[in-house]
Design a protein around this ligand. Structure first.
Ligand code: AMP
Length: 302
């Protein structure tokens, strides 16, 4: 099933993305379509990375329990016919940009395929073209959770883009380790990350969705190849900014009850309770990431 392009939805150019994000957010808050999740934020410093840890409020936990206790309905696909109040605009020919309904960070964008595609299916030129257009409008952090084990809660294909998380203008805390980013086509690892991953540079951002998407697609394929990942892709997280791209294979969804998705590898973690925060402090954020990842493999840095 696919959602038809709607003449009522504005077509997005890069310059429209941010103003439309702001106006859609205002509107969606006023109608109740947008339901931000309140958290308390802490910083845990480790190896020069300022990990951001968000702790869910008690009210949210109660809501969560209430939702879980409802009888199971037929599987619902929220991206098949997205709530019009959440739609930021069309990304022709094949994607739609909408606000994440239950956002933890402000202005959290989802870039979903109009026609259903499996979240586990490989990313395509069209996916990167839609993403590159949005990244030209918002110089933030893009990410992708491929598969439930990698943190995806929906099967319908969706990429994600959020404004810079910081600190100090960084697009993600982990970016501290990527200044300067690797050169284009150079694949490397970050020495403090003691688990399988690979990072590459994207070269100069051109603000041309076609050309930027082509470089991102090429980088994605080279990271997959470097990590020995073939056509039937195992779960993985992908992170990207205008300058770099990182891929992390994911054999495990959680450790110590703490679920980790791509944002974890960006240096931003979410815990449910103060007890989990305490546990994370004792364990260390990097150790948590290690425990949900695959053992390091030697890659040919080039
Ligand atoms: P992920 O959990 O990484 O697969 O991302 C999917 C996101 O979709 C989640 O963060 C949810 O908050 C969000 N979401 C769930 N239902 C809706 C909806 N009806 N409209 C927009 N976003 C949604």
């Amino acid at each position: 099933m696919s959602t038809l392009p709607s003449p009522l939805r504005p077509l997005l150019g890069p310059e429209d993305l941010w103003p439309r994000t702001l106006s859609t957010t205002r509107h969606a808050l006023s109608t109740g379509a947008l339901q931000p999740i309140a958290t308390e934020s802490r910083t845990l410093e480790e190896q020069g990375i300022s990990f951001q840890v968000r702790v869910l409020g008690r009210a949210h936990l109660k809501d969560d329990r209430a939702k879980r206790e409802k009888p199971r309905a037929a599987p619902f696909n929220p991206f098949e016919n997205p709530d019009p109040d959440l739609v930021v605009g069309e990304l022709p020919p094949s994607h739609v940009c909408l606000l994440n309904k239950f956002n933890v960070v402000e202005h959290h964008l989802l870039i979903v395929t109009r026609a259903f595609e499996e979240q586990e299916s490989p990313l395509t030129a069209a996916d990167f073209e839609a993403l590159a257009l949005c990244m030209t409008g918002l110089d933030g952090l893009a990410f992708y959770n491929s598969g439930e084990t990698a943190g995806a809660s929906q099967r319908h294909k969706h990429l994600q883009l959020i404004p810079p998380l910081g600190p100090d203008g960084l697009r993600a805390p982990m970016e501290k380790l990527l200044s300067p980013p690797p050169a284009r086509e150079h694949i490397t690892t970050l020495p403090v990350l003691d688990f399988a991953h690979a990072v590459t540079g994207l070269g100069q951002w051109e603000a041309s969705p076609g050309r930027d998407a082509a470089r991102m697609l090429e980088a994605y394929h080279s990271l997959l190849a470097e990590l020995g990942m073939g056509q039937a892709l195992p779960p993985y997280n992908l992170l990207a900014t205008r300058d770099w791209m990182m891929l992390v294979p994911r054999p495990r969804a959680e450790a110590h009850g703490i679920n980790v998705n791509a944002m974890g590898f960006a240096g931003s973690l979410l815990v449910k309770t103060q007890e989990q925060l305490q546990q994370l402090q004792e364990l260390g954020s990097l150790e948590l990431l290690r425990q949900v990842s695959q053992a390091s493999i030697r890659i040919r840095c080039r």
